[in-house]
Write a protein that binds this ligand. Structure first.
Ligand code: ADP
Ligand code: GLC
Length: 470
């Protein structure tokens, strides 16, 4: 089976978040099931470096632009690079310029990606489109009357690609597509909406999130459509790529370790303290590796920091995002020298040190489709402290009395994303930390849990097969 995977980012070429990790891991996850995954990415400068001279196809007019499709490889798997210099040869990030402002023509950039995907879809058994940036692909296939089945995966329904109706004329879709069951969305054009209305199947990245998005609080305007298409919607939890995230083979760690050599983590903890200017202490080091946004509950965390320190905790935070939140965390680090260390920016190697040296990772998200950092925390013995939502609820087992007694606890969950809710969770965590046998049992339980792609790879393979057979 040959599958075309269409996305706007993929690790290790271009990454702003978990989407890249998942798209990067899927080819290896699916290979054991007899599936060859070809990944199609926009030709940003970072991706062009992975392209070869091989021209697979050219367009004189791809939504108004001359374009080429180049071959390449990503981690040894086949890659297709859409080279459209007018759209993708830009400095800055995949979605925004260097100052953080979204490119005004994002709708055209990602419509071109999707149009190209639909044009080559006939060479594949199935097309798998990720998030709003690729979601027009199923819509193009549908209005092309293509027989190729398609899957849309929602990694985050908060990002929808919603644009003014005036862009419709340039999408190259028939007039009939500007309809309630097509791309029309609250009077404008909805790229994710178009994909959800057109795809043969819809997945999201955890079973809980698949349920949550049927409700207004989580569906963000798309709950009605999700409900109408509920027979097509399923949740498949993300896995982690052991080639990138294994503590015993992690070159970013001063002291790699395994479940049998947990004591070696101490060396990493010392390195972490040095990297974040933290004073030694006998309380736990909480870590954060996150986009600094409202979704991630980072405003609540910022308001909780004085208490965290008063309780004897320390914090090492790596992240970037909202300017006000960045400032709030830097300010907390100034108020609590030696107890709070903050690094604003994006640093892949440092994110490994945080997982390999920290005691507990804080993830107070208001919603979380899956979340990967709690999975990395579990694999690294960095105990996750998480809000009970989406994939966080599905992957962490709360250390309540029954779970502790049964020896199955892997972390701490809390229900209410508020200062009180988080403080309560911090107290519980510190209390567990002060009982070393219990704490290390929790670490080991998490490290032994299987969050590889084995099961989820099989579920995607089964879904693909059912659609191809239909
Ligand atoms: P989301 O995709 O919503 O941001 P996930 O938990 O699914 O959340 O994935 C986030 C990914 O990005 C993880 O691989 C995490 O380690 C990484 N990450 C987030 N912020 C940073 C940062 N500042 N530096 C390095 N890696 C980061
Ligand atoms: C999104 C979600 C995150 C998920 C990731 C990968 O960025 O916010 O929860 O883990 O996609 O699926």
């Amino acid at each position: 089976m040959r599958v075309l995977s269409v996305a706007s980012e993929a690790y290790p070429l271009v990454k702003t978040g978990g989407l890249a990790d998942v798209v990067g891991a899927l080819p290896a996850a699916l290979a054991p099931h007899g599936i060859e995954t070809v990944t199609l990415l926009p030709g940003y400068p970072a991706v062009m470096k992975a392209a070869t001279a091989k021209v697979v196809r050219t367009w004189d007019d791809l939504l108004g632009e001359p374009a080429r499709l180049l071959g390449g490889t990503i981690d040894g798997h086949p890659l297709l690079v859409l080279d459209v210099p007018t759209l993708f040869a830009r400095d800055g990030g995949p979605y925004a310029d260097a100052t953080g402002r979204d490119w005004a023509d994002n709708w055209r950039r990602f419509a071109a990606l999707s149009r190209a995907a639909a044009d080559i879809a006939g060479d594949f058994d199935l097309v798998h489109a990720h998030d709003w940036q690729a979601a027009l692909t199923p819509a193009y296939l549908r209005y092309d009357d293509s027989a190729v089945p398609s899957v849309v995966t929602i990694h985050n329904i908060a990002f929808q690609g919603h644009y003014d109706a005036t862009v419709f004329a340039d999408l190259g879709l028939p007039d009939a597509a500007f309809a309630l069951d097509g791309v029309e969305y609250y009077g404008g054009v909805g790229l994710l909406k178009a994909g959800l209305a057109s795809a043969s199947a819809i997945t999201t990245v955890s079973p809980s999130y698949a349920e949550e998005i049927r409700r207004p609080a989580f569906g963000m305007g798309l709950e009605g459509l999700i409900e109408v298409r509920r027979d097509r919607v399923s949740g498949i939890v993300n896995g982690i790529d052991p080639a990138v995230w294994s503590p015993h083979a992690d070159t970013a760690l001063p002291a790699p370790y395994s479940v049998r050599t947990l004591a070696r983590r101490r060396t990493n903890k010392r390195a972490l303290e040095a990297a974040f200017d933290l004073a030694r202490g006998d309380g736990p080091i909480f870590v954060v590796v996150s986009r600094l946004t409202w979704q991630k509950g980072m405003d609540v965390l910022a308001d909780t920091l004085d208490t965290l320190v008063a309780l004897g905790g320390r914090l090492a935070l790596l992240g970037s995002g909202d300017a006000a939140l960045e400032a709030a965390f830097l300010d907390a680090a100034r108020r609590h020298p030696g107890a709070i260390g903050v690094r604003i920016g994006y640093d892949e190697a440092l994110s490994h040190l945080l997982q390999g040296g920290g005691d507990a990772i804080l993830i107070p998200s208001r919603f979380e489709p899956c979340g990967l950092t709690q999975l990395y925390g579990l694999a690294y013995g960095c105990v996750p402290v998480v809000a009970r939502t989406g994939g966080l609820a599905d992957t962490v087992i709360d250390a309540n009395e029954a779970a502790v007694a049964a020896g199955v606890a892997t972390g701490v969950q809390f229900g209410d994303v508020s200062v009180d809710g988080l403080v309560h969770a911090l107290r519980r965590t510190i209390d567990l930390y002060r009982q070393p046998p219990l704490w290390s049992a929790m670490q080991r339980q998490g490290m032994r849990a299987d969050f590889s792609w084995t099961r989820s790879g099989a579920r995607y393979a089964a879904l693909y097969r059912s659609l191809i057979a239909a």
